[in-house]
Design a protein around this ligand. Structure first.
Ligand code: C5J
Length: 234
């Protein structure tokens, strides 16, 4: 980490501003995958307008650039399953009436299967060498993954969270993280949903009751807190 990074910072957030130790803080970007954001993937097979998720890409890219510039721990997650579907609960595969089910061949390869083009992260947010990528079979990033161990090994206590979708994988992961003692600061503009009302409600649920699951902030507030540490132009 560059020596310019001050040990602590304060991020404006709701329900109140929060002090962070940067060395104990990670940027966690959840499931910014082609399968959710691009036509022909899992999200669209469920009948969703995937263009709604585009709003999160530029704010996530800004956070990623800033985190890289100051050497913050960066973690990406990807929802998906093994090619033999042995980690996909039948109840998940069979649910609903999608045009294509998990594992079926689609225009970006088999739907929500690890190693397929659709499973990969969108080019704008592609992980750089050395960044942690967690493959997860569930909606929560802690279930059946090494995420908890990875965070403990690095002494992380606070997560700056972005990703899709706000009410599904972001909310599930934040709840899991909260129960494990992590402080989650959800960056509202770095998250998106196919349903604007669920995005809003998902954020409300996190910050209500004095921050029952965590804090809600924005990329602007996080970038402002990081500004003293960032090299000019980063
Ligand atoms: C969904 C996710 N929505 N990443 N996954 O199925 O939110």
């Amino acid at each position: 980490m560059p020596p310019t990074l001050p040990p602590t910072g304060r991020i404006e957030a709701e329900p109140d501003a929060i002090d962070v130790r940067w060395l104990a803080t990670a940027l966690l970007l959840i499931d910014m995958q082609r399968d959710f954001l691009e036509p022909g993937g899992f999200g669209e097979t469920l009948g969703n307008d995937v263009s709604r998720l585009q709003t999160a890409v530029a704010p996530c890219a800004a956070m990623l650039a800033a985190a890289r510039a100051v050497g913050l721990t960066i973690i990406h997650t990807r929802e998906g399953h093994l090619p033999d579907l042995s980690d996909a609960p039948p109840a998940k595969v069979a649910r609903g009436a999608p045009q294509l089910r998990i594992g079926d061949p689609g225009p970006m390869g088999r739907i929500l299967i690890r190693g397929e083009a659709g499973h990969d992260i969108v080019p704008e947010l592609y992980p750089a060498a050395g960044e942690i990528v967690i493959d997860k079979p569930g909606k929560g990033a802690f279930y059946a993954t090494p995420l908890g161990t990875v965070l403990a090994q690095r002494g992380i206590d606070t997560l700056l969270v972005g990703g899709v979708t706000t009410e599904v994988c972001v909310n599930t992961t934040v709840r899991e993280a909260n129960d494990r003692g992590f402080r989650c600061i959800v960056l509202a503009d770095c998250c998106a949903s196919y349903f604007p009302q669920f995005h809003d409600a998902g954020l409300q649920m996190i910050k209500a009751q004095g921050g029952i699951f965590g804090w809600v902030s924005s990329s602007f507030a996080a970038l402002a807190a990081l500004a003293p540490a960032r090299p000019t132009g980063a």
